[in-house]
Design a protein around this ligand. Structure first.
Ligand SMILES: Cc1cc2nc3c(=O)[nH]c(=O)nc-3n(C[C@H](O)[C@H](O)[C@H](O)COP(=O)(O)OP(=O)(O)OC[C@H]3O[C@@H](n4cnc5c(N)ncnc54)[C@H](O)[C@@H]3O)c2cc1C
Length: 463
């Protein structure tokens, strides 16, 4: 067989359409273009949603600075040489090279899933929220990992302001205007920073809600926030948030949020309808339903070549994978679960799958963490990149340019850039479209039925 062609027909299965899955599939479809055309290779991507979510833009989507459509990348369009299967892998038996996939169709048919056979496996289901058995958490809290959660939270915050504006009950008003965020990583800090900024702006259109009427609380168990931007910038962020009247509580935990009261470990109690949980992530539970090796924290054991350790034809990267950080001074350190690694690992992973298929030597993944950027609201931010520290407007600008440069495809970059430009010319959108989440509610009422969801304006219905 000639060098540059796959040695045998290869069916590649990519599980997950997030950062790693999408960028790996993009790389593979480009590098295997001719093999795909000749039918010597086939790429299948299994993922629950027909889009990839660009998670670092979720806080801006929650604030209304980017529309939800532009935070996601349509997979069928960008992966036009792959087969995209909408569904969830529920198990992988690598010994027989078979994955079980549950799709909307298999659910309707009442079967336990469809089997997909493969020759090479790329396992990239990412992570899920790391929760704790805190009373009330599962019933009342919301995460911040998906576009649905980000937009749901935006609508919810605006609805709470409407409730506060219309109620005569001071307790209802207080609870509606209290927003508790748990977890001081970039997801929590950016979500809080952006939403507080949006709500503060929105108050100018309410006759009876002022910025100082709202309570925004950030609860963090350790003694610092935003470890990604370094200690000094983390301290700056605390000062900046406190200057905005945000109550930052370090070395404090959420003990309970039962009965809609957030009880903290320092003894304070806040009646609230809003608890946002962003206290870390853990590897996706589907990994435990495979015959592949996991480490003590449930991540797939991988080599620096992004192959699953001791197993042929299985590859992984991103939040689900324990990839050794070969640039770290400390031995045995793993790459942190973040987009910076996920994106770069996907490129090496795609190349290594191609190398393996062509019988070529593999590349080693080595990337020294470059620092991080975070936005804290419109024109507000904090950054530490290659040792350079930035705050305020320059950091916010850096955040936008950096993430814009990372969004997949030119088309998507252009849409986001156009939206930001237009947003600079007009006033911010501050309308809540919470009723979009229950489109049948009005019709069910009109038809004399019982609505399956509380109407969005009902204070009891908001969570
Ligand atoms: C709000 C927020 C802001 C962030 N900001 C930053 C930032 O500024 N900088 C940074 O470096 N990182 C940031 N991150 C982290 C970054 O987004 C993740 O580290 C990155 O997405 C990990 O990539 P991944 O491919 O491993 O997982 P994901 O991108 O989460 O992709 C996993 C995919 O697998 C799919 N999937 C799950 N289960 C299955 C299954 N059983 N079968 C098939 N598919 C499945 C999921 O639906 C998803 O599409 C942020 C994260 C969040 C939530």
């Amino acid at each position: 067989m000639r060098h540059g062609r796959v040695k045998e027909r290869a069916r590649i299965l990519v599980v997950g359409g997030g950062y790693v899955g999408t960028y790996t599939a993009l790389r593979l479809q480009r590098r295997l273009k001719r093999d795909l055309g000749r039918g010597e290779a086939e790429i299948t991507v299994v993922t629950p949603d027909p889009y990839m979510t660009y998670q670092p833009f979720l806080p801006e989507a929650a604030a209304g600075a980017i529309s939800p459509r532009h935070v996601v990348v349509p997979l069928r369009r960008v992966l036009d040489r792959c087969r995209v299967v909408i569904g969830e892998a529920t198990a992988v038996d690598h010994a027989t090279r078979t994955a079980t996939v549950r799709t909307p169709a298999t659910e309707e048919e009442g079967t336990d899933g469809r089997r997909i056979e493969y020759d090479e496996l790329v396992l990239a289901p990412g992570s899920v929220a790391r929760t704790l058995p805190i009373p009330g958490l599962a019933d009342h809290a919301i995460g911040f990992k998906t576009v649905e959660e980000a937009i749901g939270l935006r609508n919810h915050v605006l609805e709470q302001m409407d409730i506060a504006s219309s109620t005569r009950d001071p307790d209802v008003r207080d609870a509606a205007l209290t927003f508790v965020f748990v977890g001081g990583g970039y997801a929590g800090v950016e979500a809080l920073g952006e939403l507080e900024d949006m709500a503060r702006y929105a108050t100018r259109y309410y006759h009876n809600v002022r910025p100082e009427d709202m309570k925004w609380i950030l609860v963090e168990a350790s003694d610092r926030i935003l470890p990604e931007v370094g200690e000094e910038m983390g301290r700056y962020t605390v000062t900046e948030l406190r200057r905005r009247n945000i109550d930052v509580r370090l070395e404090t935990r959420l003990d309970s949020c039962a009965d809609r009261v957030a009880v903290l470990s320092d003894g304070s109690r806040f009646p609230t309808r809003t608890v946002v949980w962003t206290a870390g992530v853990k590897p996706h539970p589907v990994l435990a339903a495979t015959d592949l090796p996991l480490n003590e924290r449930g991540r797939l054991r991988c080599t620096a070549e992004l192959a699953v350790e001791g197993v042929a034809h299985a590859w992984a990267a991103g939040d689900a994978a324990a990839v050794p950080d070969v640039t770290a001074e400390e031995k045995g350190r793993e790459c942190a679960p973040n987009a910076q690694h996920a994106l770069r690992q996907a490129k090496v992973l795609g190349d290594n799958v191609v190398h393996a298929l062509r019988g070529e030597p593999l590349e080693t993944y080595a990337h020294k963490y470059a620092g991080s950027v975070a936005s804290l609201g419109l024109h507000k931010g904090v950054a530490q990149i290659y040792g350079r520290k930035l705050k305020g407007y320059p950091a916010w600008f850096m955040h936008r340019t950096y993430h814009l440069s990372r969004v997949p495809t030119f088309n998507r970059k252009a849409r986001v850039a156009a939206e930001w430009t237009l947003a600079g010319l007009f006033k911010r959108e501050i309308v809540s479209l919470g009723s979009l989440e229950h489109p049948r509610a009005e019709f069910e009422l009109a038809a004399g039925g019982k609505p399956s969801h509380d109407p969005p304006h009902n204070p009891k219905g908001s969570s």
